[in-house]
Design a binder for this molecule. Structure first.
Ligand SMILES: [Zn+2]
Length: 199
């Protein structure tokens, strides 16, 4: 009764973070009802979205242009001597909104997952290590801004060990962040306090 393509779309949308089967079904049927105003322009946007490239320095997406850097890494007013390690792009948006940090970022894209074997080997830390070796100033401080969850802490320990081999001094956002919380959903005041109290 239900066309196969609908099942397929529901399955794909349900794979997005925070979306279950039920919500995915509502999204798909809603797209079908609003072809002209939502679905068709969304298809066009998605095509453009997929053309974005990853910054060669921090992995944040940027428009394909002559440079391989995102607007933050290419900005001459940002302090290139300080790097903040974050899990995902939306964490960057939260931290930028707090206007407390003028350095640059390194987006991991995921965290170490204790039930997934070898998940710690998935990170490509090469661009980060290149930045450290070409700019020794960075060794003075790399800030971990990972969510204070079991996986966030495991990831910080794993990457911290690698950075230590390169004589990098690392700090972590302070205790202001609630245990088990997510950087992305932390309010500006708490982010500012956690940044100021980093250790
Ligand atoms: Zn960048």
């Amino acid at each position: 009764m239900v066309p196969e393509i609908i099942h397929s779309c529901i399955k794909r949308i349900a794979r997005l973070p925070g979306i279950g089967q039920r919500q995915a079904s509502r999204i798909v049927f809603s797209l079908l009802r609003s072809k002209e105003h939502v679905a068709t322009p969304l298809v066009t946007d998605l095509e453009h979205l997929l053309l974005l490239q990853s910054c060669s320095s921090c992995s944040f997406p940027h428009e394909p242009r002559e440079t391989t850097l995102c607007t933050i890494c290419a900005n001459p007013h940002r302090n290139k001597n300080t790097i903040m390690i974050i899990e995902k792009e939306t964490d960057l948006l939260t931290i930028e909104k707090a206007k407390i940090f003028n350095g640059t970022y390194f987006v991991l894209g995921s965290l170490v997952n204790p039930i997934e074997p070898d998940s710690e080997h998935r990170f490509n830390l090469q661009p980060l290590l290149v930045r450290i070796t070409t700019n020794p100033e960075i060794k003075k401080e790399i800030i971990f801004a990972l969510s204070p969850t079991a996986t966030g802490n495991l990831t910080a320990t794993h990457i911290g060990r690698i950075l230590k081999e390169h004589n990098v001094h690392t700090t972590h956002l302070g205790r202001g962040l609630p245990n088990g919380g997510d950087v992305e959903f932390t309010d500006e005041e708490t982010i500012i306090a956690a940044f100021t109290n980093r250790k």
